[in-house]
Design a protein around this ligand. Structure first.
Ligand code: FAD
Length: 439
């Protein structure tokens, strides 16, 4: 059968790879000049700039499998470190690499540095209660409500809020406890190494998108870059896919497809389905989004205890929750990446103000004297980085119409917007396509 995949983000590429493996004729349409969507690089070279710092987890089984299938050397491309949420002063939490997982998580919580004995015991009691209830809770419960028995603000501010914004990109007061518990179950309390941090050692383009495009082309699929799909039309039992710019190849895009997988952001999917499936389109269009700001700077070299450090963030003058120093950095300056997740209220002040506050925060946290240079290298603000993962949110279903499915990180599923959620969604849509009968 002929399948059109609209969007070459991680979901679209996963769907295309699965359907191609199963022997179908796949055509991918991507509006941008580079594949990868929100996890892309500006260009293919070593100096490429990524659309924001990405971290993978050891539990991203489907993403890692996809990377291997398209020829990526996963062990070289990703630096694996056991989960540590360490602050610059050495306080924080480190997950032991060995031992039964629940015990390891309990040891990590009991051993959390910088928290009182009462806090640590209450954290362990809370984790055991989550486990007893099968990591389930009412769908409308927020993470803040889930933690109402946690005694001190320090635990919330230093442990749970950073974990919540890192995983769900949504503040605790609004974030879905159900999704947060699903992430905890499958990472901190999941299989051994599931919570390992996997830090990219190459531009995002090389991590999967470009190798995937090469793999698809080598296996007979067609990938069109700079092809924005403008209309989807159902004609008899086929689909027609019209593009903004198809002058160089009108035959291909004019050809009918048996099925279509829509792997675009929610707003684009809503536009393309408005007249085809109004109720579904309205649900996709109604999703709220939350920004992420990524700031890179150069600073005087200093020893770093871990590639990723947690920072004390607040709403007043400290926007960044995490700082990264990645790879070998010889020379007289460190290159640091600061990440501001759930950055909606910060961006109201403008991205220059966020960057200035983050630079000042860096100086304060690491004690950089006023006469030493900390230089801003870049600021990237992705205003629609992820959907806002609110408690009680109803996400649009995968099936839109017969022969038309959605595949993206925002489609109904147990996880927040992540690379793994995108790949899982792409694979689910491809599986349904492969199992369907030609009409
Ligand atoms: C700054 C930032 C940091 C993040 N950090 C992490 C992280 O650390 N870990 C993690 O797991 N996840 C992270 N994420 C989330 C992750 O990037 C996303 O969940 C994932 O990339 C979503 O993939 P997708 O394929 O569902 O959608 P997208 O990446 O949005 O892909 C959709 C594609 O569709 C294309 N498109 C749109 N309209 C059309 C059209 N009409 N015709 C053709 N093509 C079209 C777009 O150009 C795009 O390429 C982060 C996201 C951002 C922005």
């Amino acid at each position: 059968m002929r399948l059109a995949v609209v969007g070459a983000g991680w979901a679209g590429l996963a769907a295309a790879e699965r359907a191609t493996q199963a022997g179908h004729a796949v055509t991918v349409f991507e509006a941008a000049g580079m594949p990868g969507g929100r996890a892309r690089s500006d260009d293919a070279g070593d100096g490429a700039t990524d659309n924001g710092q990405h971290i993978l987890l050891g539990g991203y089984a489907r993403t890692l499998d996809l990377m291997r299938t398209v020829g990526v050397d996963v062990e070289r491309a990703l630096l694996r470190v056991p989960l540590r949420m360490t602050y610059a002063d050495g306080s924080g939490l480190a997950l032991p690499a060995t031992g039964p997982r629940l015990l390891a998580a309990a040891r990590a919580l009991l051993g959390a540095r910088g928290l009182g004995v009462g806090d640590r015991l209450s954290l362990v009691a809370m984790a055991l209660a989550w486990q007893r209830r099968g990591f389930r809770c009412p769908p409308a419960m927020t993470v803040a409500e889930l933690l109402r028995h946690v005694p001190t603000d320090r635990v919330r501010a230093r442990l749970i809020e950073p974990l919540c914004v890192a995983a769900l990109n949504t503040p605790m007061a609004e974030a879905s406890a159900q999704v947060f518990l699903a992430v905890m179950r499958d990472s901190l309390f999941g299989a051994r190494h599931a919570a390992d941090l996997l830090l990219p050692q190459c531009p995002l383009a090389q991590l999967m998108p470009l190798p995937a495009v090469q793999w698809l082309q080598a296996h007979g699929a067609t990938v069109h870059l700079r092809r924005r799909v403008t209309t989807l039309e159902r004609q008899d039992d086929h689909w027609r896919v019209a593009c903004a710019s198809n002058a160089d190849d009108p035959g291909e895009t004019a050809a009918p497809f048996d099925q279509v997988i829509l792997a675009t952001p929610a707003g684009d999917a809503a536009r393309l389905t408005r007249s085809l499936a109004p109720a579904w389109s309205a649900a996709a269009g109604a999703l709220a989004h939350e920004p992420i700001v990524t700031i890179t700077l150069t600073a005087p070299p200093r020893p770093w205890p871990a590639p990723m450090l947690a920072l004390d963030a607040d709403a007043i003058d400290s926007p960044a929750q995490f700082a990264f120093k990645l790879g070998d950095q010889p020379g007289d300056a460190d290159r640091i990446t600061l990440v501001v997740s759930a950055a909606g209220h910060w961006l109201e002040r403008g991205s220059d103000a966020v960057a200035a506050a983050a630079v000042a925060q860096y100086r304060r946290v690491f004690g950089v004297a006023d006469d030493q240079p900390v230089t801003l290298a870049s600021v990237r603000a992705d205003k629609r980085a992820t959907f806002r993962c609110s408690a009680g949110l109803h996400r649009p279903a995968r099936n839109i119409l017969p022969g038309l499915q959605a595949a993206a990180d925002w489609v109904a599923g147990p996880y927040p917007a992540t690379l793994e959620a995108a790949v899982l969604a792409g694979e689910a849509a491809a599986r349904a396509f492969v199992q369907s009968r030609p009409s």
